[in-house]
Design a protein around this ligand. Structure first.
Ligand SMILES: [Fe+2]
Length: 252
């Protein structure tokens, strides 16, 4: 299995607090059969991409020294910002660097009005945006088809395991279920920050998703699709389906 969204890199954001915690997170992942982890620290401004890549290389060395059989890939969770438009393609923290996919998050409470402009700008740089955990966004909770709109613009969608496991509440869990059953999810990621509250619980998430979409589809979200991203291959995904809200009838 491949986890495309984690905060395992120590000392950079609110994820792993130190090297020991990063090693324990790696050990935990390895024990669960997760073989590849993308380190995707938060970036709110223009990221120091070279620094992330060197920190990931250092953590990989530490994994080897501690016999942790997990391959790390450098990435970032870019924050939706108009400044991205002015960034050169090689400044964008794509998976592995110089690649075709990057992870980008939006503020939870509102969709910035320049979102489509930034999506288009990334695409003109040859990069496909992967929207991080949209099931957690208020606008998507109000109307899951907001996520379908981003898919139709050419984005891909990463869902958090915690959302489908109910860790963010019932409303987000039910949005996650709607998205899964309408082909609006392409990757499952743990968004793991530590060993406690937000763990690298990709396997638990996979088991829950399997109950909803079946084993074959669930496997694509943790293996086939992420593998294609890390190889910079194009992805053939099933077409997203519009969610029709059940109408309520009132009788007087
Ligand atoms: Fe994250």
């Amino acid at each position: 299995m491949i986890d495309l969204h984690t905060h395992i890199l120590p000392y950079v954001d609110d994820g792993a607090a130190d090297l020991d915690m990063a090693l324990e997170m790696g050990q935990y992942a390895a024990s669960k059969g997760i073989r590849v982890i993308a380190a995707t620290p938060h970036f709110y401004q223009i990221p120091d991409w070279a620094k992330i890549q060197s920190k990931v290389a250092n953590l990989q060395k530490a994994f080897l020294q501690h016999q942790i059989d997990v391959t790390l890939v450098a990435g970032a969770e870019l924050f939706m910002d108009l400044d991205i438009v002015a960034m050169a393609p090689n400044q964008i923290p794509t998976y592995g660097g110089g690649g075709k996919y990057c992870l980008i998050e939006l503020p939870l409470q509102q969709v910035p009005m320049y979102t489509e402009q930034v999506i288009f700008s990334l695409q003109t740089k040859g990069i496909t945006p992967i929207i991080a955990h949209p099931e957690r966004y208020l606008a998507v909770g109000n109307d899951p088809n907001t996520a379908l709109g981003w898919i139709e613009l050419g984005c891909l969608i990463q869902m958090n395991t915690g959302s489908i496991l109910g860790r963010f509440g019932h409303r987000i869990q039910s949005t996650a279920e709607i998205m899964l059953t309408h082909n609006m999810v392409h990757f499952l990621g743990s968004d793991g920050h530590s060993l406690n509250r937000r763990r690298l619980n990709l396997v638990e998430g996979y088991e829950a998703v399997k109950e909803i979409v079946g084993e074959e589809e669930a496997r694509k979200l943790v293996k086939e699709y992420p593998q294609a991203v890390l190889k910079n291959e194009s992805l053939q995904v099933p077409e997203g389906r519009k969610y029709e809200k059940k109408k309520r009838f009132w009788f007087f």
